[in-house]
Design a protein around this ligand. Structure first.
Ligand code: FAD
Length: 308
């Protein structure tokens, strides 16, 4: 049966790869192999690939930029579909962008056109789809403030995919959250973002300031997945972790950043340092949760997504 799946997939998805290490597809640079790996370069490829996975009853996972993701050391026994559909255009003060478009690319393109509203997103790695999924945000703003409409595919039974559009108000955006996080059968295909005409120089200087602030506060010289935890209401997760004395705490090849306690770093980038393992990240996550709970009676909740 397994051989049949493999042969069928190979035949119908030219370019399909097998046993690819996922660590190279995440900003954490951690994770084991995936059984099947396919790069979808356009919407049609993406839809067809999901249909094939459903027909073959193969678990699948949509991968954007892999910047909010921890992949387990044993990898994933299914199909990872890396989305690379990245056409975009900017009519007037709107941006139409396919889900695989890098977020920073449209931040820069909007600035070039003198459009304001996305400056906060400068320096956030990943794709437009990933940013909508988790309502990515910074400096008090988030995707909720710019998304006008999202086009998505609703994966149904047995392998039907309905193409639908949803307005901002129906995306159920809230802090680091959207409807797409809760309904895993919804695949973001593209979005229209609404910006405003602004002053190009002011926009560019805001972007520069935001990037400098990131550099000052975030440990960008080691692989990470950004903030590990969401900020609980009324608290900064980083401050709580810091107050537990956990900055610099190391397990195996990973450690809690001294610069920003909500970042866990993979030290293995510079050999002979030990390569970070997902199991050690999980140990650190559990340790942090337990210490913060004991000291502050606060339950931290992961912001990162875990693929296992
Ligand atoms: C150095 C650094 C700084 C960061 N700073 C910030 C920050 O300031 N603010 C912030 O919010 N985040 C930040 N992040 C986290 C991350 O960059 C964002 O969450 C980003 O939006 C994730 O996008 P991605 O394409 O990489 O998603 P991925 O990590 O590839 O995927 C994340 C989740 O989204 C799902 N997904 C992705 N694309 C689709 C799609 N098309 N349809 C359905 N589901 C999809 C995936 O299945 C997965 O569950 C930072 C990360 C790093 C490494």
């Amino acid at each position: 049966m397994k051989r049949k799946i493999s042969q069928k997939l190979k035949k119908e998805l030219p370019g399909l790869k097998r046993n690819i290490s996922l660590k190279n597809y995440t900003t954490f640079k951690i994770g084991g192999p995936v059984k099947y790996f396919f790069v979808a370069k356009n919407k049609e490829d993406l839809i067809e690939t999901i249909k094939k996975a459903k027909e073959l009853k193969l678990p699948f996972f949509i991968l954007g930029g892999g910047s909010n993701l921890l992949v387990s050391d044993k990898g994933f026994d299914g199909l990872v579909i890396k989305i690379l559909n990245s056409k975009f255009y900017i009519p007037n003060s709107k941006i139409f962008a396919e889900a695989g478009t890098p977020l920073t690319l449209i931040v820069n393109e909007a600035a070039k056109k003198g459009l304001t509203g996305l400056e906060w997103a400068a320096g956030i790695p990943g794709t437009v789809g990933g940013a909508i999924y988790g309502n990515a945000g910074a400096f008090g703003r988030s995707m909720k403030d710019v998304v006008k409409e999202v086009e998505y595919g609703e994966v149904g039974f047995p392998s039907e995919i309905r193409l639908l559009k949803i307005k901002n108000r129906d995306c159920e955006f809230s802090y680091k959250d959207s409807i797409f996080k809760h309904k895993k059968n919804l695949i973001i295909l593209s979005a229209i973002l609404q910006l405003k005409k602004g002053n190009k120089k002011v926009i560019e200087s805001k972007i520069k300031k935001n990037l400098e602030q990131r550099k000052k506060t975030q440990p960008l010289n080691f692989p990470s997945a950004g903030s590990i935890f969401k900020n609980p209401p009324g608290f900064s997760a980083g401050e709580l972790i810091e107050k537990c004395g956990l900055k610099g705490k190391k397990i195996g090849g990973v450690k809690i950043s001294e610069k920003h306690a909500n970042f866990i770093l993979n030290l293995g980038r510079h050999p002979p340092a030990t390569q970070g393992k997902a199991k050690d990240v999980i140990k650190l996550i559990n340790l942090i949760k337990q210490k913060v709970k004991n000291k502050f009676k606060v339950n931290l909740e992961e912001e990162i997504q875990i693929l296992e």
